[in-house]
Design a binder for this molecule. Sequence first.
Ligand code: 7PJ
Length: 278
Amino acid sequence: MFDIQKELQKTHLSRPGMPLVMGILNVTPDSFSDGGAFVNPVVIEKRVIQMIKEGADILDIGGESTRPGAEKVPLQTELDRVIPVIEWIKARFDIPISIDTYKTQVMAQAIHSGITIVNDVNALQDEGAVECVAASDVSVCLMHKKGTPQDMQLAPSYENVVTEVKAFLLERAVTCEDAGIAKNRIILDPGFGFGKDLSHNKELFICLSEFSSLDYPLLVGVSRKRMIGEILDGVSVEKRLHGSVAAAVLAGMKGSSIVRVHDVAPTVDALKMVAQLI
Ligand code: 7PJ
């Protein structure tokens, strides 16, 4: 079983108090930030090796883009993209793998192939998803989103974004625990950019400690996201590295246990620096 506390202790040798780094591996031709770059198996394999060398603690594999406006991918296409990659990694490396999917059947096959974390932007609300994870020993990241990738950025509105997101996550956690998923297998994530505008994202980030003080590890994913572009006067995706690193470091300082990032080496360096100087 993935024991996040044990994994944190390992990284604490090199960066005490700082979060695990989850490297993003998009196996999609339409991912917003590296569109098309990682569909070729040779390119994917190189990218895996690079992220491991750079110090990634977890690899997060996704076969369907969930960025705003993204098209849904048929089940078989998603399976054909992600399962061979999981098997390739499992045969060669001893790194925890998470699968970024909301589809129960993808979860089931990925679990069968040996992944360690189900990372679900839909918080296990797909039919059978809770039962699927409960029947295994993998961990799960429950993320909040409002709406679907097709419509979520149209006009997101909340009375109190922090209260609403927190209530949703805690409700999903209780549902999972009631179904037999042990509490120490559950990770929570406010879901930056998923049905949230800049003011919502800022409010959630500013109040991040309220989430990390809940009784679950927290995952934060803001890498290269639109909110960084918006804060930095509209910079394009390729120019969001510095902003992404700053946000990842701050997420760690606010108690996040995992940061989900595209740029592993810069993030690991920054976390190591801060860990020694704080
Ligand atoms: C997230 C994710 C996130 C978790 C994506 C992107 C869009 N999973 N999958 N949290 N974002 N847990 O990387 O910009 O924020 S896909």
